[in-house]
Write a protein that binds this ligand. Structure first.
Ligand SMILES: Cc1ncc(COP(=O)(O)O)c(C=O)c1O
Length: 335
């Protein structure tokens, strides 16, 4: 796998740490748990989108873009980080906010919404769930072009094959760190949403012949739909890399921790966020990493992850949204 032939901007100094989670492992009484701290990636507040944006922004700059356009949910980490990259590069940025849960968009909310304002989004507009997001972004692009600008559209979550390269790079980083530390991981657990993180990771691990299974924990979609999405994008990423194709057997997307729906709180999520904060001083988020960690905890408790396994949890970030979900995290019925 040769990533050096792809143009890349650098937004993180060095590698993100891989750390043990001894007090979480003790609390669960089984499995040796580790964490890859992609919440500490560069750009405002860190998180997985920074790795994808390194490749996407390099492409935008190569094409002479002056305005980025992207889409995300009301508390989108992807929108926050795209805006941060735009600020860093001196580009304008327009955000289309998809109100996936009716009534959930409040322009003056805390968390990522506040950061949209602080980082100076050129335009933020809300569209209802089910809107044609590609058409909505194309309309923004047409407005930019009409005003003499040069727009660059980034798909939701940055989950194109080019964006997913960021997680093929992460697979390479993990394998290098594991080698240096003399660690053999039996499994990697990661949140699976717009699928670029999961797909890029699998494409990278397959290219490296790593033999480490990845367990995706869904945050939105049912299992079969998500597995198809991840496989398709992992294969397209492998095509771009010119590396061996991931197979259906490489893709697992468990949907038992989605709860009532995308971004809606669950008791298991609240427990996971509180447990990691109180026992390890690590902040998760309610929408992605909190549900993914709830999945990891559930799998250890029910024995699907065996007590002898050494497991790496990929922390995809998201903690800047925590203030916006304070009421859920303090809700007595969920504690
Ligand atoms: C904090 C966080 N974790 C995980 C994900 C899911 O990653 P992906 O969309 O690449 O599947 C996202 C995506 O929005 C995210 O913001």
């Amino acid at each position: 796998m040769d990533l050096s032939r792809f143009a890349r901007r650098r937004y993180t100094a060095g590698f993100t740490p891989i750390e043990p989670l001894p007090r979480l492992s003790d609390a669960l009484g089984g499995a040796e748990l580790w964490i890859k701290r992609d919440d500490l990636l560069g750009l405002a507040g860190g998180g997985n989108k920074t790795r994808k944006l390194e490749f996407l922004i390099a492409d935008a700059l190569a094409k002479g873009a002056d305005t980025l356009i992207t889409v995300g949910a009301p508390q989108s980490n992807h929108c926050r980080l795209t805006l941060a990259a735009a600020a860093r590069e001196g580009l304008a940025c327009r955000l289309v906010i998809e109100e996936r849960v009716a009534g959930s968009y409040a322009p003056d909310a805390l968390g990522n919404n506040l950061l949209f304002d602080l980082m100076g989004a050129a335009n933020v507009r809300m569209v209802k769930a089910g809107a044609d997001l590609a058409a909505e972004m194309a309309a923004d692009a047409a407005a930019v072009t009409a005003a003499g600008g040069n727009p660059y559209i980034i798909v939701g979550g940055g989950s194109s094959p080019l964006g997913a390269l960021g997680y093929a790079a992460c697979a390479q980083e993990i394998m290098g760190q594991a080698f240096e530390a003399g660690l053999v991981f039996d499994r990697i657990v990661v949140a699976s949403g717009s699928a670029g993180t999961h797909s890029g990771l699998v494409a990278g691990l397959v290219a490296l012949n790593a033999g480490i299974p990845v367990t995706g924990i869904n945050v939105r979609r049912p299992r079969a739909e998500q597995e198809a999405n991840v496989l398709k994008l992992a294969q397209a990423t492998a095509d771009l890399l010119n590396t061996p194709q991931p197979q259906a057997s490489d893709i697992v997307c468990l949907d038992e921790w989605v709860g009532p729906g995308y971004s809606l709180p669950t008791r298991a999520m609240v427990e996971a966020v509180r447990l990691l904060a109180a026992r390890e001083g690590v902040l998760l988020d309610p929408v992605y990493s909190g549900k993914a960690m709830a999945g990891l905890i559930g799998l250890v408790r029910d024995g699907r992850i065996a007590a002898h396994e050494r497991v790496l949890f990929l922390h995809t970030g998201g903690s800047p949204s925590l203030p916006a979900f304070a009421a859920d995290l303090r809700n007595a019925d969920l504690n």
